[in-house]
Design a protein around this ligand. Structure first.
Ligand code: GUN
Length: 293
């Protein structure tokens, strides 16, 4: 069996079309244009390319978008002041500080400084807490994107054995939490594997839905999955460059072999990546709607 390819690119495009209409409506009925600021500290090449893609998408959807580049050596105090400025800016509904930050800056202090009502990344502890208890909040973009992909692809999550590989605050912990919640796209029995897991393959082989966010190339191979599994590959690993200097990417899953056993699988690139950016846009529209009342 060769798996159905779940195209994040196509699903993301579908959601972006929906968002364009919502943006139009917000402008016409409420005179509100969704505003997003992305703050980039330093020039980490991966971060530069992510932020550029976020800005491009915001622009395409008709947002008011601001790209705020700050030098690598900005002080923590100045960065906190900048966030305060955007917290008080009525034209800005969403604030995103691209991570990672330089070592001299306390990441959690910075994330905590963002107004929870403008925290479109969903990283503020207030939003994390609301998510865990199932209250309305901004969901973190990558887990939110995974959920949308599963639901829009018609994957049955209720009662499924869902195995998550990775326990980061950005992906592993929140997606595990969302998958167990009692609503559409959830109600799974969830296992979280991590670097302390003794026998990773024992767990991955039991998965009906396998979500891999390990941050290491091709850690899941065909012998580690069962026939018919649905695989969501969150990994983006740069494993080389083409002669033209373009990055060669691969996921955390050995796509070529695993797709022969899976019933559905996301590719890299073109899988989770486009969904993450789209959910950031969805959160920003949500923030603008809340602002509009
Ligand atoms: N760095 C890697 N992923 C993300 C993300 O989703 N949001 C932010 N702000 N930084 C990141």
């Amino acid at each position: 069996m060769s798996a159905k390819i779940i195209s994040g690119k196509e699903i993301a495009q579908e959601i972006r079309e929906e968002l364009k209409k919502e943006v139009q409506e917000l402008k016409e009925k409420h005179g509100v244009t969704p505003g997003l600021v992305t703050i980039l500290v330093g020039e980490n090449p991966a971060s530069v390319s992510y932020v550029t893609a976020k800005q491009r998408t915001a622009h395409e959807l008709g947002f008011y978008s601001v790209q705020d580049n700050q030098p690598e050596d900005i002080s923590e105090e100045d960065l906190l002041k900048l966030i305060e400025k955007y917290n008080n800016d009525e034209a800005i509904h969403g604030i995103l500080v691209q991570l990672p930050l330089p070592k001299h800056i306390d990441e959690s202090k910075v994330l905590n400084a963002i107004d929870p009502d403008k925290d479109v990344d969903g990283f503020h502890p207030v939003n994390v807490g609301r998510m865990v208890i199932g209250e309305r909040c901004f969901l973190p973009c990558t887990p939110h994107g995974i959920l949308e992909m599963l639901v829009r692809s018609g994957v049955e999550t209720s009662g499924a054995e869902t195995v998550v590989v990775g326990r980061s605050n950005i992906v592993g912990k929140p997606i595990a939490n969302l998958m167990l919640q009692k609503r559409e796209g959830g109600n799974s029995t969830v296992t979280i594997c991590h670097t302390g897991t003794k026998d990773l393959a024992y767990h991955t082989k039991r998965a009906d839905i396998l979500i891999v966010a390990a941050g290491r190339p091709k850690v899941v191979t065909a012998d580690m999955v069962k026939e018919g599994v649905v695989v969501i590959d969150v990994g983006v690993n740069r494993i080389g460059k083409t002669p033209e200097g373009k990055a060669i990417l691969c996921g955390d899953v050995d796509f070529e072999t695993v797709k022969e056993k899976a019933s559905a699988i996301t590719p890299v690139p073109g899988g989770v990546g486009p969904m993450t950016i789209t959910m950031l846009m969805k959160n920003t529209v949500q923030a603008a709607k809340q602002f509009a009342g």
